[in-house]
Ligand binder design. Sequence first.
Ligand code: SIN
Ligand code: CO
Length: 385
Amino acid sequence: MTYQLALNWDDFLATYWQKKPVVLRQALAPFVDPLTADELAGMAMEEQIDSRLVSRCHGQWQVAHGPFTSFDELGETDWSLLVQAVDHWHPQAAELMEPFRQLPNWRLDDLMISFSVPGGGVGPHIDQYDVFIIQGMGRRRWRVGDRGQHPQHCPTPGLLQVPEFEPLIDVELEAGDILYIPPGFPHDGYALTPALNYSVGFRAPNQRELFSQLADQLLAQDGGNRRYADPDLTPRSASGCVTSEDVQRLRELMSSLLDDEAFACQLVQSLSEAKHELDLEPVDPPYAEGEILDLVLQDDAVLRLGGLRAFYLQQTPGTCFIHGEQFAVPAGAEALMRQLCDHTRLATGALRTALEEPAALAWFTMLINAGYWYFASDWQAEEAE
Ligand code: SIN
Ligand code: CO
């Protein structure tokens, strides 16, 4: 099913995005859950899928990590099961991310789904990312406080919380409602009835992460060898002083690294890495190019693998970045590459002209055989099994 989001993006971005939390009543109504609580529990039993069970017993918080073998011991209150990156494994659930593609794909992270019984939640906390929390089945009460000093503590390993806060927002969410929370705003949600919640989260690297990436890249490539030089030095009266000009020269030595085109490529390459495992299966035996052309004629659409990150740099159209790898785009395949990176679903009609170019066909065949994109009928066949 495709989800229609009733939201004026221009107004939302100007007023709320990164600025303040907001409740978007019935923005995804009528809401149909893309999965059941049982299906979510089944996913939390899988080795490759990251899941957590957060519970509270006599005021004591507990966290257990999946994969789980059974949920039989759980009572009827005060627990929540959270499963990360469900969009990597569940195409119907991944549809919930589509309305958010008005925002750049590189900022979009994953879809986390939680199932909570009454009283269940993860307690008051702060996230470092923007999140749209969609209410599915059930009802949940959410409180959101203001940004400010909220010292974090760890009531149990694996759970960071903040003290109680004064709420700016105190609401009960029902199916189809969305709560948007920018980074840094404390929030707390507990279920009033058994509830499913879908969190569409965003990425924003911090300076430390970016500089650490740069350092890793320089070490790996033995780069950054230009050394401080001062051929214009004149005698100094204060020999203990490092002048502002000296510091400026040091800064420039460092910042020149950031202007490097190779650095931008490396940066985007790392932004294309997924944080969670993908359901990646190379085609075996691989398709020949002729078979791909037949499939393009027979099938309606090509889909991007759930959670696969694929980007290109505006200033470097001959390169693209897919799942942490850099690819040289063959001449004649640039338009195809942009379509693949811009859309998660591509009608095959839009591909036919592009694939008349032999280099584009060879490249596209490689991407299908790697399992990065697949034909819509493969998914329908799997669904029917
Ligand atoms: C949830 O419990 O579904 C969302 C948790 C959160 O606030 O990050
Ligand atoms: Co949160």
